[in-house]
Design a protein around this ligand. Structure first.
Ligand SMILES: [Ca+2]
Length: 227
């Protein structure tokens, strides 16, 4: 299903963000001389299956990245459950980051907050329009609640510096409380973003645990939509 639109309507969308409501599965696409709205989100995913993805911990928007690595405990992500698993289009694989957790059995209330990932898109600079997260297989308390997304066009050696990044989104993950396991949350729109970036940093600021102990934060997919 498509609805033809003129370029001026797109300009209004990009500058004011007033044309579309959140949670709609429509996205703007360009075809020759005019734009239209499509509900085919799958063709708009910015990532490929062979992206190089870097895990981070103890990192917030604007701050330097602390690289995370394979393993268990502080500053680690589970072997085989690294950050690349969120871009394989498979909800049965998940990213498990322990962040600041020094007790991975019982965890703590603020366990693994301020963790996430960054990558430079294989396809090159792209305009991020929306995103959608998917839950993993266990305990909803470990789902992301609040997240940030930043963009950068700096070269790879500068991407660990906080000053390289521009904040594009800060807010809901789109995942609801006690959402069904292995399913996608609602689409979240970046209504104010009109810049093309080659690299993106995705961080979880808060989990769904509401003060209860969790041993890590987990999610199965981060779908980045745009063009
Ligand atoms: Ca996955």
């Amino acid at each position: 299903m498509v609805f033809p639109l003129f370029r001026s309507a797109v300009a209004r969308y990009l500058t004011r963000g007033s044309l579309y409501q959140s949670n709609e599965r429509y996205i703007l696409r360009k075809q020759e001389s005019y734009w239209y709205v499509s509900n085919d989100m799958s063709s708009q995913v910015l990532t490929s299956s062979n992206e190089t993805v870097y895990g981070v911990w103890n990192t917030t928007a604007g701050s330097d990245s602390n690289p995370a690595s394979n393993g268990t405990g502080i500053g680690k992500y589970s072997l085989g459950q690294g950050p690349y698993t969120v871009f394989d289009k498979n909800t049965n694989t998940k990213y498990v980051n322990f962040g600041n957790c020094n007790n991975i059995t019982t965890g703590s209330p603020n366990c693994a907050q301020k963790t996430g990932l960054y990558l430079t898109l294989k396809r090159g600079a792209s305009l991020l329009v929306a995103f959608q997260l998917a839950t993993a297989d266990s305990f909803p308390q470990r789902d992301p609640l609040q997240i940030t997304i930043e963009g950068s066009n700096n070269n790879s050696t500068e991407l660990t510096r906080g000053s390289s990044w521009t904040l594009l989104y800060k807010g809901s993950s789109g995942i609801s409380i006690n959402q069904t396991r292995l399913t996608y949350g609602s689409i979240q729109w970046l209504l104010q973003n009109s810049e093309w970036y080659a690299s993106y940093r995705f961080l979880v600021n808060l989990a769904m645990n509401n003060g209860t102990n969790i041993p890590f934060i987990q999610y199965s997919e981060v779908a980045l939509f745009g063009y």
